[in-house]
Design a protein around this ligand. Structure first.
Ligand code: ADP
Ligand code: MG
Length: 354
């Protein structure tokens, strides 16, 4: 989709001129007040500002002489506080959205599938006011899906949820990403949520948006802000090639090595996303020192070394086609004499697969 969006509202100004992918998950990441909701609403057609130009696929949604209304754009929108019809049951809320979808030409995920993925079977006869915040949010996502969207816009759908409920919805969103080819724009101010799901990222602050970039590349780019964050973490897409039933751990291929991670068994083609946290890597010059667990060690090459603050150093590592970051100290860099091109061994602590 091509966006040329300009908003002036009092002292606030939003400018975005970019092309975003029409597949996978694009995260719109930035602090409160940055303009994320404004941008999403303009994209959905919920607010129109003069001078904007928006195209999706072959269709023009907004041009100087044209404004396609929201219901004709085929956009599913989920707000932070979901607005469901209070007098209708969950089933009726979904059916209402489904009825509108039946008039559309494009492919529709059917209601039983949506209900299964969003785990709503037990809730279908309940009214929205009897649901918890997390349950309402799941219904809202299901309802947006039932409207057969060509584009799903999620405005901080996880912001008000506790960790457990958030985890559940995150894994459901990953399933949506895997099962249906619906492009998703996910607004978030929490990097931990973004790293789980995102394929592309747009950074936004005070109305200024960065160019949309592949997430792993944006994360490992020293010239951008993400690599320098204390919670920096790089997603690496991997597959498992072994499972140990006794410990319930799976072996995944990571670049030129293998590591064991909790969970499984996973099929050889099952896509897994390994999240490698920069502050949970220990670097060593020797392969696997005696008395350590070789099951978490991956051979790497140092690609780059950069200072981040006074004592912190960020190391970009490459192993095969995988790239990730290690956050370490100036002391370690000098003790190991880390420099670009050096072969090292990364002890990957607490990598999580999703
Ligand atoms: P975000 O979603 O990133 O938190 P918003 O898009 O909601 O940011 O807001 C961007 C800016 O526009 C902020 O400065 C906010 O105060 C202002 N703003 C948002 N909604 C309105 C409104 N209805 N009227 C006037 N100003 C608004
Ligand atoms: Mg907002």
């Amino acid at each position: 989709m091509k966006l040329d969006i300009h908003v002036q509202r009092g002292a606030f100004r939003l400018d975005v001129s970019d092309a975003w992918p029409e597949h996978g998950v694009t995260a719109l990441f930035g602090p409160s007040g940055a303009g994320k909701t404004t941008l999403l609403r303009a994209l959905a057609g919920l607010e129109t500002h003069p001078g904007c130009h928006i195209t999706f696929g072959e269709e023009t949604w907004q041009a100087p002489d044209l404004v396609v209304p929201p219901h004709r754009r085929g956009v599913g929108f989920v707000f932070q506080d979901p607005a469901l019809f209070p007098h209708l049951s969950v089933r009726q809320n979904l059916a209402y959205a489904g009825k509108r979808a039946a008039m559309k030409r494009h492919r529709i995920p059917d209601l039983p599938d949506i209900t299964r993925v969003m785990e709503l079977d037990a809730l279908l006869d309940r009214r929205p006011d009897s649901l918890s915040g997390g349950e309402r949010q799941r219904v809202a996502i299901a309802r947006a899906l039932a409207s057969a969207p060509r584009l799903l816009l999620l405005d901080e759908p996880l912001a008000s949820l506790d960790t457990e409920r958030k985890e559940r919805i995150l894994s459901q969103l990953m399933q949506i990403r895997r099962e249906w080819d619906i492009p998703i724009v996910l607004v978030s101010h929490d990097l931990a949520d973004v790293v789980r799901l995102t394929d592309h990222i747009v950074l936004i602050d005070e109305g200024c948006a960065s160019r949309c970039a592949p997430f792993a590349r944006a994360m490992t780019d020293f010239t951008g802000p993400l690599a320098h964050r204390a919670d920096a973490a790089v997603p690496v897409d991997v597959t498992a090639d072994a499972h140990d039933a006794e410990t319930d751990m799976s072996r995944v291929r990571l670049g030129d090595g293998h590591i064991w991670v909790p969970g499984g068994p996973y099929g050889p083609d099952y896509p897994l996303r390994l999240v490698v946290h920069a502050d949970r890597i220990m670097l060593a010059r020797a392969p696997v020192p005696p008395g350590t667990d070789g099951g978490i060690v991956v051979p790497c090459t140092v690609r780059d070394v950069v200072a981040s603050g006074v004592s912190t150093m960020i190391i970009a590592l490459r192993s095969g086609s995988a790239e990730f970051l290690a956050r370490t100290t100036r002391r370690t860099v000098s003790a190991l004499q880390l420099e670009p091109g050096l072969a090292v061994f990364a002890h990957i602590l607490g990598a999580v697969v999703h």
